[in-house]
Design a binder for this molecule. Structure first.
Ligand code: NAD
Length: 392
């Protein structure tokens, strides 16, 4: 069983899909692990560290994937990047499938089986494989650090001989995984923290972290959580009530961190240009939803925008990648936890359990076709290779 770890394009992705720890564990399961040279550099891992863990180093991605049965990556590789893999190889990454049906069809045409880690069901057994949580948690932390770096004032209250400095006021919008970590981080830095969400369950979580919960708690709010634990899109009427409440609150804040998302849809706009205009000069907004359309009007993906009234809107891309070493360590562990369940310990061979609910939920392509029900209308564009059973 040959398993390769790709070198990502560092201009957009500094993370890496393997750590010395996971390489060692995979070697322990009988895998021959090949890492593309330099793959870990942006996460602080050298080729020599992977070698000490039992991997061999390939000159580049093309050499790394040659003869591979499993390819691990952070972002979806192109079909061309996978040339030379064994027929039916398993490719595991954050596949970002929505809106990329053509790329999926190409991967199907290359004959590989692809697993989208972000589609992993949020059930207890799969918590250790949950890349959305491992990465969102870090994004929430980093959003507060990025806000403090842009903010011209201190976060904690300070009583000094030269005078008293008030604590910063931080408001977190969207109290899921990222938002709750942002609340906790801002609290640790000494800020006065409040947070909002449309899911009633988040109220207790926010309050247990010592922050104030601010929300329109009407009948619609009481039913805003789906059975899967996600937020529903809210009615125009609710959004208007929410905007009125939030507008008054935001005007008094120093820092606003937005994390609100609705699965499969554009992010809701929660902060209007008028609300930004009402904030004090020097205030900071960090929009963690900027890659999904943005929660803040005026946020620009990849930029820090300063408005006419001196407010900064931070729209960094790939925020988990801004903590690449930690993000890679946790992502690699998520991948390992999944793979471990798909390797036969006795024969030390890949033995994908196609009927397993984890595989069914995440499998995008197999045997030349796009097989995931949400994307199976994608047209297969390239030649289909037969799928082989991986050798023991
Ligand atoms: P997410 O990234 O989809 O969204 C972030 C937050 O934005 C959510 O809390 C959502 O309610 C909120 N939001 C959406 N629209 C909003 C609006 N108009 N105004 C204010 N807030 C809005 O969510 P997530 O962080 O992935 O978490 C979703 C849920 O899944 C949570 O209940 C979380 O506890 C749960 N979860 C469960 C597991 C597990 O069981 N394995 C793992 C992780 C998360």
């Amino acid at each position: 069983m040959r398993l390769s770890i790709l070198h990502e394009d560092f201009s957009v992705e500094p993370r890496v899909a393997g750590s010395p720890d996971t390489v060692k564990r995979l070697v322990g399961l009988g895998a021959e692990v090949v890492v593309a040279s330099g793959a870990g550099v942006a996460s602080g891992v050298l080729d020599a560290d992977y070698q000490s863990a039992g991997a061999t180093i390939a000159a580049d991605n093309a050499a790394a994937v040659k003869g591979a049965d499993v390819v691990l990556a952070v972002r979806r590789p192109t079909a061309a990047q996978l040339a030379g893999v064994n027929p039916g190889a398993l490719v595991v990454a954050i596949m970002d499938p929505y809106g990329h049906e053509a790329e999926l069809a190409e991967l199907a045409g290359a004959g590989v089986s692809t697993i989208a880690m972000e589609l992993m069901p949020r059930i207890t057994r799969a918590q250790v494989m949950d890349v959305l949580s491992s990465q969102a948690n870090l994004a929430g932390y980093r959003a507060v650090i990025d806000a403090s770096a842009e903010f011209g004032r201190a976060f904690p209250m300070m009583m000094t001989a030269a005078g008293t400095v008030p604590a910063a006021r931080v408001f977190v919008m969207g109290a899921g995984v990222a938002g709750l970590q942002a609340v906790a981080t801002a609290r640790r830095l000494g800020a006065v923290v409040s947070a909002t969400d449309v899911r009633p369950a988040s109220k207790e979580q926010v309050e247990s972290l010592g922050a104030k919960f601010v929300a329109v708690e009407d009948d619609e709010f009481k039913q805003a959580e789906t059975s899967g634990g996600y937020a529903k899109p809210m009615s125009a009427e609710y959004q208007a009530k929410q905007a009125a409440l939030v507008a008054a609150h935001i005007a008094k804040q120093d820092v606003v961190i937005t994390t609100a998302l609705i699965p499969g849809r554009a992010a809701p706009v929660l902060v209007s240009a008028a609300m930004v205009a009402a904030m004090k000069p020097g205030s900071i907004l960090v929009d963690l939803a900027v890659e999904r359309g943005g929660n803040v009007e005026g946020a620009v993906p990849g930029q820090v925008v300063t408005t006419a009234n001196g407010v900064k809107i931070v729209g960094h891309l790939n925020v988990p990648g801004r903590l690449a070493a930690t993000a890679s360590q946790l992502y690699a562990k998520n991948l390992y936890a999944f793979l471990e369940t798909q390797i036969d310990k006795a024969s030390k061979a890949l033995a994908v359990k196609w009927d397993d609910e984890l595989v069914k939920a995440t499998l995008l392509t197999r045997g030349g076709a796009v097989v995931h029900p949400a994307f199976s209308k994608a047209e297969v564009v390239a030649e289909v290779k037969p799928e082989a059973t991986p050798a023991a």
